[in-house]
Write a protein that binds this ligand. Sequence first.
Ligand code: ADP
Ligand code: 5GP
Length: 192
Amino acid sequence: MQKKGVLFVLSGPSGVGKGTLKNRLLAEFEGQVVDSISATTRGPREGEVHGREYFFISRQDFLERIANNDFLEHAEFSGNMYGTPKSYVLSVLEKGVNVITEIEVQGALQVFERMPDCVSVFILPPSYEELESRLRGRATESEEKILARLETAKRELPIAEKYQHRIVNNDLDAAYEELRTIYLHATKSQQM
Ligand code: ADP
Ligand code: 5GP
């Protein structure tokens, strides 16, 4: 019988480095693990492509998909809706391929209930000041949105306790090494 893939849930405050760490893992283990591409009502940032970073859809379309039970989880974050497409994730896992889904905390709590075998990792910033500086350095949001995301981060940080693993992303290479170790441990039986 084909062994099922492992679902990895990656969360952490906006700007902490989740996307950077996730992309490294996807590049190193290409073919073994795939990204779950979420749907969102947020508009694309410069350089973002429909179907690559996200499926950019209207609020009406999003609400219809909720009604159709198309999402494994969904949540509102900073004024926009985000959701993980259920059938894609389940069919990939069924084929024995691992999936990584980078989602905020309310959605992650839904996944913990529905998919208790998932492996959860919360990425923490070395400090609140450093988080602010990375978010500003990325320069993808307006000042108002940056401040809103920092406020959300204060509420999200205590929820880190509910995750199986916590990684402080201070030095990127060291943080990646920790994520890689978690990945290799959780997929040990596939590596043989
Ligand atoms: P997230 O996906 O969590 O919102 P990103 O991966 O987009 O965050 O990272 C936010 C910014 O911080 C990016 O400009 C990224 O290059 C930078 N960054 C990520 N990790 C580190 C690190 N360990 N040290 C310094 N800067 C980092
Ligand atoms: P961003 O707008 O910066 O791309 O994402 C904002 C937040 O939404 C991030 O914390 C990101 O992890 C989260 N997010 C992205 N996709 C999903 C999703 O499908 N579901 C949930 N619950 N959160 C998501």
